[in-house]
Ligand binder design. Structure first.
Ligand code: ADP
Length: 167
């Protein structure tokens, strides 16, 4: 069986990576797919996020990386992934995720949603928390893969120096 793991991954964290590693030992194949959402302006471009994920998952068998726009279930059907995989960190994730899972089931009864519980030591971790810590110069090396930590440093150095120039 193959699984689709969709998300924004802006940027990829060690919580995401832990989920991908565990999924890769449970499924024959895992497609990690970055959602191209025209309504959101991400911190990292699509190309950067794809590069971050490819770099961090290169050691894993059967993991493919791609992107999609539109309905997740349509992409799952197109990719022939029978399962959509999502991570659950806390009860606060649950209500939203259940609503999406039910909606997806109503749209595509052949596609199942499966939830993996986050690793307990990553349960506080989100892309937005990582961006916030990095923005104020905090150390994120224990929260994200090395390549992502470097990208965050570059991003916020660039933003800070352009702010200093303009103000
Ligand atoms: P989205 O905008 O689709 O929620 P995210 O990149 O924030 O995209 O999350 C993608 C998936 O990864 C979601 O299922 C989310 O619950 C899960 N996830 C996010 N952070 C973690 C974490 N620390 N541990 C495990 N799963 C996580």
């Amino acid at each position: 069986m193959r699984a689709l793991y969709p998300g924004s991954f802006d940027p990829l964290t060690l919580g995401h990576l832990d989920l991908i590693e565990r999924a890769s030992s449970l499924f024959e194949g895992v497609v990690v797919a970055v959602l191209r959402n025209p309504l959101k302006t991400p911190a990292f471009s699509l190309e950067q996020r794809l590069h971050q994920i490819r770099q961090a998952t290169g050691h894993l068998q059967g993991v493919e990386v791609g992107s999609f726009e539109g309905l997740t279930v349509s992409f799952a059907q197109q990719q022939r992934t029978e399962v959509i995989l999502r991570g659950l960190r806390a009860m606060s994730d649950f209500e939203y995720e259940l609503q999406i899972a039910h909606t997806n089931k109503s749209l595509a009864p052949d596609v199942e949603t499966l939830f993996l519980a986050t690793a307990v030591h990553h349960s506080f971790l989100s892309s937005s928390v990582v961006r916030e810590v990095a923005r104020f110069g905090g150390d994120v090396s224990h929260l994200v893969p090395t390549g992502v930590a470097d990208d965050l440093t570059r991003l916020f150095n660039r933003m800070n120096s352009s702010q200093n120039r303009n103000g």
